[in-house]
Design a protein around this ligand. Structure first.
Ligand code: BTN
Length: 236
């Protein structure tokens, strides 16, 4: 096990737990340092987007990771999906991962992951937001059709955090082979329409480098592999 969650800084209100964790990482915080917050005023999402969550109802956390694995972003998706399943949805609707790492239940996004870092200094900050006790009516109208919630209560936040740290502990030391196998079983884009700025096609799996394979529309057997850092999916 890798000892995630110690030391821990909990903030009632902050701009972004990822920004706080990055600042700590730059000052030498050890592997496993955890920043949590009840509320973020400038939550950061992937590709420059913002992340919005009502105060006290979402798990908002960021971890400092030293020597992060190559497929960090994908294996974090698996860890979060397992956490979501353990929180209660697994029997009827197992969590799926929409490449690279949006976690969906019933097609709705219940969790987002933002990995940022300094590869040259061999550290990363892994930021995770999970809509544990969010009421969809409390979200901005623009998110209500796509966002989901675990439908739990605020006192459940710490239990879900403990479960998430446990799953991450396991996946951070797992083999790439195991992580890829796990993500492939939860691939929400498999056989689904995929669009991005460079074209469109149908999701055809995830390759051994963690890239999304797309079968190109109108080109029999032609495939491309999309890199998470470069591609912005347009959703079909
Ligand atoms: C995404 O889906 O675009 C990624 C969202 C990541 C949100 C989490 S909330 C905790 C951490 N702090 C941030 O500012 N962002 C991440």
């Amino acid at each position: 096990m890798t000892g995630l969650g110690t030391p821990r800084v909990h903030l009632r209100r902050t701009d972004s737990t990822n920004l706080r964790a990055r600042a700590l990482a730059e000052r030498g915080a050890p592997h496993g340092t955890l920043v949590t917050a009840a509320e973020q005023t400038a939550g950061r999402g992937r590709q420059g987007r913002t992340w919005t969550a009502p105060a006290g109802r979402a798990l908002l956390c960021s971890l400092v990771l030293r020597e992060p694995p190559r497929l960090l972003s994908l294996l974090a998706g698996v860890a979060v999906a397992e956490t979501v399943d353990m929180a209660g949805h697994a029997q009827d609707r197992p969590a799926r991962v929409k490449w690279p790492n949006d976690v969906l239940v019933g097609g709705r996004k219940v969790a987002g992951i933002l990995a940022e870092g300094r590869p040259t200094e061999r550290w990363a900050v892994l930021g995770i937001g999970v809509n544990v006790a969010v009421r969809l009516d409390d979200l901005p109208a623009s998110l209500r059709d796509s966002a989901g919630t675990l439908g739990l209560d605020p006192p459940d936040l710490e239990r879900v955090l403990a479960s998430l740290l446990d799953r991450l502990d396991a996946w951070l030391v797992a083999s790439e082979h195991a992580a890829l196998a796990a993500i492939r079983t939860r691939d929400a884009l498999l056989d689904q329409p995929v669009g991005w700025s460079g074209g469109e096609g149908v999701g055809a799996g995830i390759d051994d480098d963690g890239r999304l394979v797309v079968a190109l529309a109108g080109h029999e057997r032609a495939r491309v592999a999309l890199d998470a850092g470069e591609v912005h999916l347009t959703g079909g």
